[in-house]
Design a protein around this ligand. Structure first.
Ligand SMILES: Cc1cc2nc3c(=O)[nH]c(=O)nc-3n(C[C@H](O)[C@H](O)[C@H](O)COP(=O)(O)O)c2cc1C
Length: 187
């Protein structure tokens, strides 16, 4: 696939199995992340690679988080929460490394991190790996952020599940490119 084919055909893949990218492939993927547009060259992104025992640890962090509030929680929700990290052999935690900056507001730093993360999705697809960007409320709670070692101004913007597609790659939905742009002014 050439670059345009990758960009036009990437899909999220949720049924993922081993192998996940190896170290050499991860370097290729993160090189793509580093080519995100970046106002002020702040590089406001970093990623945690979670696999193996790390997935067990993340599962415990998620379970501790949902049980720590003391609110009633059903056995099925608890089970679902516990199993979340095992939906793929690897999770890349995408972290926006925001800072207070006189010219680059936090919003732009979050957007730059999102661009870097999208580059990761595309790079995974180009390397024939599957990936899906997930968040959910656990991306935003303080105890999860703390367990993952985030600093005060940092945000988790996504849990990127990565692996080898274990089923058919979903078809690309028909998207009408003509519907999303217009010439301005119109006359
Ligand atoms: C910031 C962000 C958060 C997302 N969170 C979730 C999520 O928690 N669960 C989910 O099923 N999809 C989530 N998605 C959407 C999927 O990653 C995916 O884009 C969507 O299912 C459409 O599939 P496609 O990428 O093949 O078009 C999120 C996407 C973004 C950009």
């Amino acid at each position: 696939m050439n670059a345009l084919e990758v960009l036009q055909n990437r899909v999220s893949i949720t049924k993922l199995t081993a192998p996940a990218p190896d170290e050499r492939q991860l370097i290729e993927i993160f090189k793509a992340a580093n080519r995100a547009p970046d106002h002020g060259k702040l590089q406001p992104w970093r990623f945690l690679v979670v696999e193996g025992e790390g997935l067990n640890r993340l599962s415990s962090v998620f379970v501790d988080s949902v049980t720590s509030t003391g609110a009633a929680i059903s056995a099925s929700v608890l089970e679902k929460t516990k199993n979340m990290p095992f939906r793929a052999p690897m999770i890349l935690v995408a972290i926006a490394k925001c800072q207070n900056h006189p010219k680059v507001p936090k919003q732009e730093q979050l957007l730059a991190c999102a661009c870097a993360t999208q580059n990761i999705l595309n790079a995974c697809f180009a390397l024939n790996f599957g990936a899906v960007w997930r968040t959910g409320e656990l991306a935003y709670v303080q105890d999860v952020k703390q367990a993952l070692g985030l600093e005060d101004l940092e945000e988790v913007i996504g849990f990127i599940y990565v692996g080898t597609p274990s089923g058919d790659v979903p078809a690309v939905p028909d998207a009408n490119a003509e519907a999303i742009f217009a010439t301005w002014p119109s006359n």
